[in-house]
Design a binder for this molecule. Structure first.
Ligand code: HEM
Ligand code: NAG
Ligand code: NAG
Ligand code: NAG
Length: 329
């Protein structure tokens, strides 16, 4: 009898200990944790995943913009859903010049509506973006990771903040490193997250300077492989402002490791991609990922995405849980 009592109290003690451990271990300093909605909306993650799979089944090119959307959200005011807000006067982030081809807003609306139907007012738009980004990468055959949730939505969007906070495809390595550092991300995060360009498209006007008259002598960017430059000139005439090209030719709908091989061959699409060869640390990462054994990109990508997902988050009682992602409550 005594032994039985001992066992039961031991068990209870262990359970309490485990509960406490899981509470402390999973919640990071900012109050985000994997599985934040496990009790309040247990079906949320499944609903998002299914919606993404359905959307990507219909149109596989929608995956890349969903990933990019999370990056744009996090770099401007933090990951708090401001990229989705619309102002009547159009002075919102969506209307800032770096928005070229930002798309997928209807999918986000649909996912949010489905989640609202399941549990009204519980799951934030910023968390929907974080989950969508992961599920899009998975659907494109990329890695998976545990997405921290618990973000709340902001109430402000501003066209000038998007201009000021988003890196430009014309930026050099010094400038890229500085901009990432200002968001709490290091050189490794920069090179790892740039690997997101293994999927999706870029538009001609962002590379015409590399193809024509780079230094004013009718030349092309010396950091661009000459054969690839000729190929791109064939598809981007100097005045073309509308054509979109695959950034990872041949596998732009698959999240794979080929981005790093391309960059190492001086076939990075933007100057900002090519720039990764101009710093010792980012360069050595690029070269390491080109080896089929020893590539750590898939694992690293999840780690850096989680880190990016912590930028400037609102948690606890800050902000709100928007009912509709395009407008504040
Ligand atoms: C390092 C700084 C970065 C710069 C300068 C940059 C710049 C750009 C630009 C200019 C485009 C093409 C827009 C267009 O012409 O339509 C683009 C596309 C894209 N970017 Fe980035 N980006 C950066 C980092 C990231 C990060 C961190 C991610 C995500 C992890 C990301 C994911 C994407 C994706 C998926 C696309 C393709 C979008 C589509 O197909 O519509 N980028 N990026
Ligand atoms: C991007 O900005 C332009 C004008 O600056 C606007 O016409 C366009 O609708 C915006 N794109 C998105 C997806 O909101
Ligand atoms: C990099 O870009 C910054 C900002 O545009 C500029 O001030 C700096 O001189 C550039 N650095 C190099 C090495 O070109
Ligand atoms: C190339 O750039 C130089 C200097 O900006 C300019 O004088 C020249 O007209 C340009 N050539 C072409 C073909 O655009």
């Amino acid at each position: 009898m005594a032994a039985l009592h001992m066992n039961i109290s031991c068990l209870i003690f262990l359970q309490v200990l485990l509960l406490l451990l899981s509470l402390f271990a999973q919640t990071n300093a900012q109050g985000l944790k994997v599985g934040f909605y496990d009790n309040t909306c247990p079906k949320a993650e499944g609903i998002v995943k299914k919606s993404v799979l359905d959307a990507i089944k219909k149109d596989r090119t929608i995956g890349a913009p969903l990933l990019r959307m999370f990056f744009h959200d996090c770099f401007v005011r933090g990951c708090e859903g401001s990229v989705l807000l619309e102002l009547k006067n159009k002075k919102d982030e969506k209307n800032a010049p770096p928005n070229l081809s930002l798309r997928g807003f209807e999918i986000i609306d649909n996912v949010k509506a489905a989640v609202e139907k399941e549990c009204p007012g519980v799951v934030s738009c910023s968390d929907v973006l974080a989950l969508l980004a992961r599920d899009a990468v998975v659907a494109l055959n990329g890695p998976s990771w545990g997405v921290e949730t618990g973000r709340r939505d902001g109430r402000v969007t501003n066209i000038n903040e998007a201009r000021a906070n988003l890196p430009s495809p014309f930026d050099n390595i010094t400038s890229l490193i500085t901009q990432f550092r200002s968001k709490g991300l290091d050189k490794k995060d920069l090179v790892v997250l740039s690997g997101g360009h293994t999927v999706g498209n870029g538009h001609c006007p962002l590379i015409t300077n590399r193809l024509y008259n780079f230094t004013g002598k009718g030349d092309s960017d010396p950091n661009l492989d000459t054969e690839y430059a000729a190929n791109l000139r064939g598809r981007c005439k100097p005045t073309d402002t509308t054509t979109a090209l695959e950034m990872d030719p041949g596998s732009f709908k698959t999240f794979d490791k080929s981005y790093f091989k391309l960059v190492s061959q001086r076939r990075g699409f933007f100057q900002s991609d090519a720039a990764l060869l101009d710093n010792q640390e980012t360069k050595s990462y690029v070269l390491k990922q080109t080896k089929s054994y020893g590539s750590t990109f898939f694992k690293d990508f999840g780690v850096s995405m989680v880190k990016m997902g912590r930028i400037g988050v609102l948690t606890g009682r800050a902000g709100e849980v928007r009912k509709k992602c395009r407008m504040v409550n």
